[in-house]
Design a protein around this ligand. Structure first.
Ligand code: MV4
Length: 458
């Protein structure tokens, strides 16, 4: 096992990784930007190294700075967390060539699934249902028009290098397909340096269901059941839960097996997520693979009782999987909400600044993963998530009530937060029914003219 790990990340996930390392007897090296000098995770690490200026590109995304820190601190492995360099195959390769273990899949697997058109082809070859669409990348307008004619409108134009909703366009007729094709292409070229796009039939208001997978370096793969992430706003998840309210034992069996077939086809090891869309007839379609630990991994930890960071570290160290598929259990119901320092009344505008008072909730069934504290100054440079609040109870109804009461106890003074909105979501009859889809937030909490606030003079 590793003696010393560097964490190439910040905030909540840096703290989360340090906690597991402590329990495993592994020393931790935390890196930080000048904007994070007073961050909590720095007090919890064994060693800290400043890696640069506040902008991500000059710190948490700066490969030479991070590798230098790893060399100076003499670590054996790097955990990339989520975001930043976590799905950068070049970074994984640089780590490996410096004899530092990248805690994640191989560079080849990251590359194979990072290209979404390629991931589709892998899934198809593995016999996993994919959304009807183009046969590979769409090279020009003519192929786009011909493909859309075959599929029927509406269709979606997606960037092969994209994911998580970036570089996507919906087209409902030929003219919007042609303009969307070029718009998606140049957006993808600018954002990812790769303008490759492909086409899919647009599925109206699907459910978003993803399967957590775990694989060792000896070819064994298991899944840790599903998470339902249908409550999203502009591709940012607000609520995640497991089990999915729409799931049946048969569907779970079929989707879990499909997730593993996709991962096998990509030669995948370590932790990953296979994302599916589910339509109203409970047909499921593979959409993409996330080659990292995700924000919502903790929901799976609650229902399975496993520590996914520990599993990642063990898999990266070459250990075989310690449990078989039939030994993984899904106990009770877990729900997580992401608490962001944003103002829901100002179009979710980030609300950085000093937290004057921070009083976390507690009690039975509650877990809080947060790096915030009274007096903490939220830097304006990074994403606005200040914590994840979770409830784990025997039933969905009980978990919702538990999480709603915990949110009600939470005191965060200073920045505006999404807590009031999250309480409204949890208390909404449609969410309580479990029969909601990815259109939920837009339908019930979208900006309507009456709700548009009058701009104030500052
Ligand atoms: C789709 C889709 C419908 N049809 N693809 C969004 C994020 C990325 N992971 C995949 N996403 C979607 N892909 C097809 N062919 C619907 C989504 C989607 C979504 C779309 C609009 C608004 C909210 C959404 C939430 C989840 C998924």
């Amino acid at each position: 096992m590793f003696k010393r790990i560097l964490i190439a990340n910040r905030g909540e996930i840096a703290q989360r990784i340090i906690r597991t390392c402590r329990e495993m007897g592994i020393e931790t090296v935390a890196v930080y930007s000048q904007a994070d000098a007073d961050a909590l995770y720095l007090r919890q690490a064994d060693e800290t190294i400043c890696i640069g200026a506040p902008p991500g590109a000059r710190s948490y995304l700066n490969i030479p700075s991070i590798i230098s820190a790893a060399e100076i601190a003499d670590v054996e492995a790097i955990h990339p967390g989520y975001g930043f360099l976590s799905e950068n195959s070049h970074f994984a390769e640089v780590c490996n060539s410096c004899n530092i273990t990248f805690i994640g899949p191989s560079p080849e697997s990251i590359e194979a699934v990072g290209n979404k058109a390629n991931a589709r082809a892998l899934a198809k070859k593995a016999g996993v249902p994919i959304v009807p669409g183009s046969d590979g990348p769409v090279p020009d307008e003519a192929v786009a028009l011909r493909t859309a004619k075959r599929l029927g409108y509406p269709v979606m134009i997606k960037a092969a290098a994209g994911g998580g909703g970036r570089g996507m366009r919906i087209a409902r007729n030929d003219p919007s397909l042609v303009s969307g094709f070029h718009a998606a292409k140049s957006e993808a070229e600018a954002a990812f340096g790769d303008g490759t796009v492909y086409l899919e039939k647009y599925i109206e208001n699907p459910r978003h269901v993803e399967f957590q997978i775990l694989g060792d370096q000896h070819g064994e793969l298991i899944h840790l059941f599903e998470r339902d992430c249908s409550i999203q706003r502009r591709h940012q998840k607000l609520v995640e839960e497991s089990p999915s309210p729409l799931m049946t034992p048969e569907l779970r069996e079929a989707m879990g097996a499909a997730a593993i077939r996709v991962a096998k086809a990509a030669g995948y090891h370590n932790a990953g997520t296979v994302e599916f869309l589910v339509d109203k007839h409970l047909n499921f379609y593979f959409i993409e693979v996330n080659a990292r630990i995700q924000v919502e991994h903790s929901v799976t930890e609650l229902v399975t009782g496993l520590d996914l960071i520990e599993q990642q570290i063990r898999m990266a160290a070459g250990e075989p999987l310690s449990l078989r598929q039939d030994q993984v259990e899904q106990r009770g119901h877990a729900i997580e909400v992401r608490i962001n320092a944003e103002d829901p009344d100002r179009d979710f505008k980030p609300s950085p600044g000093r937290i004057e008072m921070f009083v976390p909730p507690g009690g039975p069934g509650v877990r809080l993963d947060s790096h915030a504290y009274s007096g903490y100054r939220i830097p304006p440079n990074y994403d606005s998530m200040i914590g994840k609040l979770m409830a784990h109870r025997p039933t969905r109804e009980h978990a919702i009530r538990c999480l709603s009461r915990a949110l009600g106890e939470f005191i965060i003074e200073g920045p505006k937060t999404t807590i009031p909105l999250l309480i409204k979501v949890l208390d909404h009859p449609e969410f309580r029914s479990g029969d909601h889809d990815t259109g939920f937030v837009a339908r019930h909490f979208g900006v309507t003219p009456a709700k548009v606030p009058i701009k104030e003079a500052r």
